[in-house]
Design a binder for this molecule. Structure first.
Ligand code: PGA
Length: 324
C-alpha cells in the first residue's frame, strides 16, 4: 500500500466520485489506458478489487468505499496544509467548494466574482442544486460551505443569515389581477399555480404559507427551474410564488408582474451553513469573513423592488419599475 502514489489515489478518487473511468480520464487530462493502469497498480498494492462492473455500470467494492473515504480525508488535510503554507506566505489561495440551492444562483456568482477579484489565488467549485440535494451534501460533508433559504432542520449545522430573500407572487403582465391592491388569499387560491419540484425550498415555503392558512392551491404543473416557471407564466399557464432574486435583469421584458397579495412578500433569508464541528479551511473562513464584512454591499445583489416595493410591479428590460 505504501507504494501507492498520490497520483493513483487522485485517479481512484475521480473515478469513484464521477462513477466513470472515461469521465475521470477527461477530468485529469489522462488517457483511458493510463487511468486503467494506475487503478491496476493500486489494486495490486492493496490486494483487493476496488471496483466491480455490473453491465455497463461500475460500483465500489467494500474496500473501494473505505479507500474513497480515506482519499477524501487525505485530500482535505492536504489542501488544508497547502492553504496554511500559502497563508504563511501571505497569500490566500486554494479551493472553495460551495453548494447552493437553485435560487441562490441568481446572486452567488456575482458575489463570488467580487470575492475572486479580491483573492485571485482562490479557485471556486460551485454546485447548484435544490434544497433537498444541498442538505444531502451538507450531511455528507461534501463541500466547504452551503447557501440555502432556511436553517437546516434536524441536521447539526451552524447557520447564519447574510441576505434577505422575499418570495413574491408573479403573474403575466396582462393578468387581470395586475394593479389590484391587497388581493385576498381566497381570491389568489382561485388561480392555477405553477410549482417548483418536490425538494425545492421555494415550494416548501409556499406550501407552508398556504397550509398555515388552511388553503389548498390548484397546482397546474410542476417545473424544476425558476426560468421555466417564468416562461410558463408568460405563456399564461398560471401564476407562481418565486424568489424576487429570480427577477434579474434578463427577466422576460415587460411580460411579468408582481401581484400585490395579502401576506406577501413572504420574508425569508439566505443563510450560509456548514456542519457543526467542521474545521473550516482558511479559504472558507476567508469567504465567510468576506460575506460578513460585505453585508452592506450585498444589499445591491437583491432586486431593488424586493426591498422597497409592495405594490404591483412590472418588470422591464432595464430593471423593475412600479406598474401601479
Ligand atoms: P430552491 O431553494 O431553489 O430549492 O427552491 C430556495 C430556498 O430555499 O429559498
Amino acid at each position: 500500500m505504501r507504494h501507492s502514489t498520490i497520483r493513483q489515489l487522485e485517479v481512484f478518487e475521480a473515478i469513484a466520485r464521477l462513477n466513470s473511468f472515461t469521465r475521470a480520464a477527461e477530468e485529469l487530462f489522462l488517457t483511458q489506458p493510463t487511468v486503467s493502469m494506475q487503478i491496476k497498480k493500486l489494486t495490486d498494492d492493496i490486494g483487493l478489487p476496488l471496483f466491480e462492473q455490473i453491465g455497463k455500470k461500475i460500483y465500489l467494492t467494500d474496500a473501494g468505499k473505505e479507500l474513497y473515504q480515506t482519499c477524501q480525508s487525505i485530500f482535505e488535510h492536504f489542501s488544508r496544509f497547502e492553504m496554511i503554507v500559502s497563508d504563511m506566505k501571505g497569500l490566500k489561495s486554494g479551493k472553495l467548494r460551495l453548494a447552493v440551492v437553485t435560487t441562490a444562483k441568481y446572486f452567488t456568482p456575482r458575489l463570488l466574482g467580487m470575492f475572486c477579484q479580491k483573492y485571485s489565488g482562490i479557485d471556486v467549485a460551485l454546485k447548484v442544486t435544490n434544497r433537498e440535494r444541498v442538505l444531502e451534501r451538507l450531511t455528507n460533508n461534501q463541500d466547504d460551505l452551503y447557501i440555502l433559504g432556511q436553517v437546516p432542520e434536524g441536521i447539526d449545522a451552524v447557520a447564519e443569515i447574510f441576505l434577505d430573500n422575499q418570495l413574491v407572487v408573479l403573474a403575466a403582465a396582462d393578468h387581470p389581477l395586475v394593479n389590484h391592491k391587497n388581493i385576498s388569499i381566497d381570491r389568489i387560491c382561485d388561480e392555477l399555480f405553477i410549482m417548483r419540484e418536490p425538494g425545492s425550498g421555494t415550494r416548501m415555503a409556499t406550501e407552508r404559507f398556504f397550509s398555515e392558512r388552511n388553503k389548498k392551491l390548484k397546482v397546474r404543473m410542476e417545473l424544476g427551474s425558476n426560468e421555466a416557471i417564468k416562461q410558463a407564466i408568460v405563456g399564461h399557464l398560471g401564476i407562481a410564488v418565486i424568489s424576487s432574486h429570480t427577477l434579474a435583469l434578463d427577466a422576460p421584458m415587460g411580460q411579468l408582474a408582481v401581484l400585490d397579495v395579502e401576506g406577501f412578500p413572504i420574508e425569508r433569508h439566505w443563510y450560509f451553513a456548514y456542519p457543526s464541528g467542521k474545521k473550516l479551511s482558511i479559504v472558507a473562513q476567508t469567504f465567510l469573513d468576506y460575506l460578513r464584512q460585505a453585508h452592506h454591499s450585498l444589499g445591491d445583489l437583491s432586486c431593488r423592488h424586493a426591498i422597497t416595493g409592495h405594490c404591483p410591479l412590472l418588470i422591464n428590460g432595464t430593471g423593475i419599475k412600479s406598474g401601479g
